[in-house]
Design a binder for this molecule. Sequence first.
Ligand SMILES: CC(C)(COP(=O)(O)OP(=O)(O)OC[C@H]1O[C@@H](n2cnc3c(N)ncnc32)[C@H](O)[C@@H]1OP(=O)(O)O)[C@@H](O)C(=O)NCCC(=O)NCCS
Length: 337
Amino acid sequence: MSAPESHPFCSSSLIGTGSYVPERIMTNADLEKIVDTTDEWITSRTGIKERRIAADNETTSDMATAAARNAMEMAGVDASEIDLIIVATVTQDMFFPSTACFVQQKLGASNAVAFDMNAACSGFLFALQTARHFLNTGNRRCALVIGAEKLSSLVNWKDRNTCVLFGDGAGAVVLRRNEEEDAPGRVLSTIMGCDGNLTGILKVPGGASAEPITQENVDEQVKSIYMEGKEVFRHAVTRMKEACEQALERAGLKADDVTKVIAHQANQRIISAIVDRLGVPAERTFVNLQKYGNTSAASIPLALDEANRAGVIKRGDILLLVAFGAGLTWASSVVRW
Ligand SMILES: CC(C)(COP(=O)(O)OP(=O)(O)OC[C@H]1O[C@@H](n2cnc3c(N)ncnc32)[C@H](O)[C@@H]1OP(=O)(O)O)[C@@H](O)C(=O)NCCC(=O)NCCS
């Protein structure tokens, strides 16, 4: 077993969480009116009961900024103290500038360097690890790590295979450099992985350089989500379980030590399969996908904030965060709360 991952100079801790979801609720009953589906099918296959849909004029950076403000308030951190902003998203406001630059402007965080990260549904944990490297090496002191998505802008509302799965929202954390070994919220380890051989099973094929929108394909929904659900499911369970084991080993911990698993909120059956294989009791999972569906990069920080504010997680708890997404990408992180 490898030693706990630590940097010779410093480490970093989560000192605040925040989230935001749009007001508009779309229930499974609402979807029954749009596509050939049923509440029973969606609930039994995924666990999802409803999802949030952003207003037409509400952007990903609006949601990201709202979540960030909540996290900063909890952390007691002023915008001027933030020197790094990373926004994980696949639904950026525009191709450019980055969504993170819009967030920087909206927060007035003028001392921050800001950029986006795309690792699909694993994006938040990729961003967390990236921020951690900036902090642990002494390059930056205080980071906002945000996952935010307006997936309703990528959904084909005529495709029942995918439109029932996704929702909009944002979650954020403040991560601060902290030299104290036992500081609360300390990130103990992070694992990341990719398999580019499987880019084809989960993608938005069009609308960018590979297949720009043209007069000819404008009606073909090329800029919407394509997914081979069964294949994605299979790889998700295998990769997430492995990533959990690796992150725990790197932190010098065992599955038994885990207080709460906060997994990417895509499908209740995926979460159940992972914890079952890890040997972690089902009651040690935190699940909110019934309310929000799959919010991609937003899902883990959204769940983390909800669990935190509800008092479900407490100081000293060992949290196991794990994500999986298009790419394929996967990531896992152990945090001592
Ligand atoms: C999408 C998912 C819920 C589908 O469940 P499944 O048990 O694999 O279902 P299938 O795709 O085999 O479809 C079974 C049947 O239900 C139908 N179906 C698909 N969506 C439906 C819907 N919304 N309502 C009713 N029927 C539906 C299919 O057409 C198929 O019908 P057929 O047998 O007549 O062809 C599941 O594959 C899944 O969760 N995959 C992972 C998705 C995910 O997590 N993606 C994001 C990762 S980041």
